[in-house]
Design a protein around this ligand. Structure first.
Ligand SMILES: [Zn+2]
Length: 67
């Protein structure tokens, strides 16, 4: 399956966006909000495509174990 691209700038740097109440109508159509890391535009992709994208990396730094 090809990587999803941004329809605004054709970048492949997409990630899952924060879900809002306004997204509910899209959810009923099996679409999930995603955001482009390049142009910051928000768009929708079908569930199975969007859920393969990286999520917000809040805990990206590895936890150092104190020994
Ligand atoms: Zn874009």
């Amino acid at each position: 399956m090809p990587s999803p691209i941004c329809k605004f700038c054709t970048s492949k740097s997409l990630r899952v966006s924060k879900f809002r109440m306004g997204d509910m109508s899209h959810l009923l159509l099996f679409q999930f909000p995603v955001r482009c890391r390049s142009c910051r535009q928000r768009t929708y992709l079908s569930f199975h495509v969007a859920l393969r994208l990286p999520h917000r990396s809040k805990h990206s730094t590895p936890v150092k174990s104190v020994s």
